[in-house]
Ligand binder design. Structure first.
Ligand SMILES: Nc1nc2c(ncn2[C@@H]2O[C@H](COP(=O)(O)OP(=O)(O)OP(=O)(O)O)[C@@H](O)[C@H]2O)c(=O)[nH]1
Ligand SMILES: [Mg+2]
Length: 310
C-alpha cells in the first residue's frame, strides 16, 4: 500500500479467522419495538422511539463493534399496506433490508403476536436472504404461560431459525438474541472502524429528534403530515452549534396548530428538541425552528426526494 493510501484508509482492527461480521435487519409491523431493540443492543439512543406507530420512516444503520464481532443493524419502518407515496417509500426501504441482510430479526408484539405474523409479513420474510429469528417482544406485558403456545403457533407459520421472547424495554432476553444472531453471521472482516456508530450524519439525527418531539407533542394525524429539514448546521465560535430547522406541513391550518396560540406549541417542541439534541451531540446548540407549508408533500415523488425520502 502506498503512503497516501495509508493516510486515507479507515483504521480497521486486526482480525483473526473467527471474526464475525454481517448485516442484520430488524423488521415487523409498526410499533412492535424495532427501534427500541436496536437502541438497546447498541446502548445508544440512535433511532427515535415514540408510542405512536410509523415513527421510523427510513432505514437507520446502527453498528455494534466488539472484539471479534461487528454487527451492522438495520432498523426499518414498520411494514404496512401503503396508502400514499411516503408509505410506499417506507415499505420499500424496509423490504430492501430483508434482501440485503445476513440475518433477519422478525419482530412481533407478544400481546398480538399472531396478528403481527399474518400472511403479508410471512410473505415479506420469505424473501430473506438468510436465516430469520423471531423476536417476541414486550413479554413484560403478558403472562409467562402465554409465551409457549405463541411459540408453537408461530412455528407453524414459518420455519424460524430460532424464536426468542424478549423485552427490549427491560433488556430482557437480549443476550440470548445477540448470541443467536452472532452464531449465524458469516466469518468476515469488519467493514467499519470500531468507533463508527452509523452511516448517517449528525444533522440527519437532529432532524429526527425534532420529529420525535413533534410526535410526542402533537395529537392524532398531525405528526404524520410533518417532515423536518435541517437547513443550516454549523459550529460557531462561542462553542454553540447553530441549527436552522424547518417543520414542513401539508396545510396552512396545520401550520397554525403547530405554532399554537402565541407560538406556545412551537416553543414547546423547540425547547424539548433542543435539550435532546444537546444530549445527543454532547454540546450546546441554538435551535432556530420554523414552519413551512408544502401542499400534499407525502404524495409527491419530487417533494419526498427533496425532504430526504429517497
Ligand atoms: N412494554 C413494552 N413496551 C415496549 C417494548 N419495546 C418497545 N416498547 C414501546 O413500544 C412503543 C413503540 O416502540 P418503537 O421502538 O418506536 O417501535 P417501532 O417498531 O420502532 O415502531 P415504528 O418505528 O413506528 O415502526 C414505544 O412506546 C416503546 O417504548 C417492550 O419490550 N415492552
Ligand atoms: Mg421505529
Amino acid at each position: 500500500m502506498c503512503s497516501d493510501d495509508t493516510e486515507t484508509a479507515p483504521i480497521l482492527p486486526a482480525v483473526s479467522d473467527d471474526w464475525r461480521t454481517g448485516y442484520v435487519s430488524i423488521v415487523g409491523r409498526p410499533n412492535v419495538g424495532k427501534s427500541t431493540l436496536m437502541n438497546a443492543l447498541l446502548g445508544e439512543q440512535l433511532s427515535i422511539v415514540t408510542a405512536k406507530p410509523q415513527t421510523t420512516r427510513q432505514r437507520i444503520l446502527g453498528i455494534l463493534s466488539e472484539p471479534g464481532l461487528q454487527i451492522v443493524f438495520m432498523d426499518t419502518p414498520g411494514l404496512l399496506e401503503p396508502e400514499y407515496k411516503l408509505q410506499e417509500f417506507m415499505q420499500r426501504s424496509a423490504v430492501r433490508t430483508i434482501h440485503e441482510s445476513d440475518v433477519t430479526i422478525a419482530m412481533v408484539d407478544a400481546s398480538r403476536a399472531l396478528r403481527d405474523l399474518d400472511r403479508d409479513i410471512i410473505g415479506h420474510i420469505k424473501g430473506s436472504s438468510g436465516p430469520v429469528i423471531l423476536a417476541i417482544n414486550k413479554i413484560d406485558r403478558i403472562n409467562k404461560e402465554r409465551v409457549l403456545p405463541l411459540i408453537e403457533k408461530a412455528c407453524q407459520r414459518f420455519q424460524f431459525a430460532e424464536l426468542i421472547p424478549i423485552s427490549a424495554l427491560n433488556n430482557d432476553g437480549l443476550d440470548e438474541l445477540l448470541k443467536a444472531v452472532t452464531e449465524r453471521l458469516p466469518i468476515a472482516h469488519p467493514m467499519y472502524p470500531p468507533d463508527t456508530l452509523t452511516d448517517q450524519p449528525e444533522r440527519f439525527f437532529v432532524g429526527e429528534i425534532v420529529r420525535e418531539h413533534i410526535f410526542t407533542t402533537l395529537h392524532d394525524e398531525l405528526p404524520y403530515a410533518c417532515a423536518v429539514t435541517v437547513d443550516d448546521f454549523k459550529d460557531r465560535e462561542n462553542g454553540k452549534t447553530y441549527i436552522h430547522a424547518t417543520i414542513v406541513v401539508e396545510k396552512t391550518s396545520q401550520k397554525g396548530i403547530i405554532i399554537g396560540s402565541k407560538g406556545h406549541t412551537l416553543k414547546r417542541i423547540g425547547t424539548g428538541a433542543k435539550v435532546s439534541i444537546e444530549t445527543f451531540l454532547g454540546r450546546p446548540v441554538y435551535l432556530d425552528l420554523w414552519v413551512k407549508v408544502l401542499p400534499t408533500w407525502r404524495k409527491r415523488e419530487n417533494d419526498l426526494k427533496r425532504l430526504g425520502y429517497q
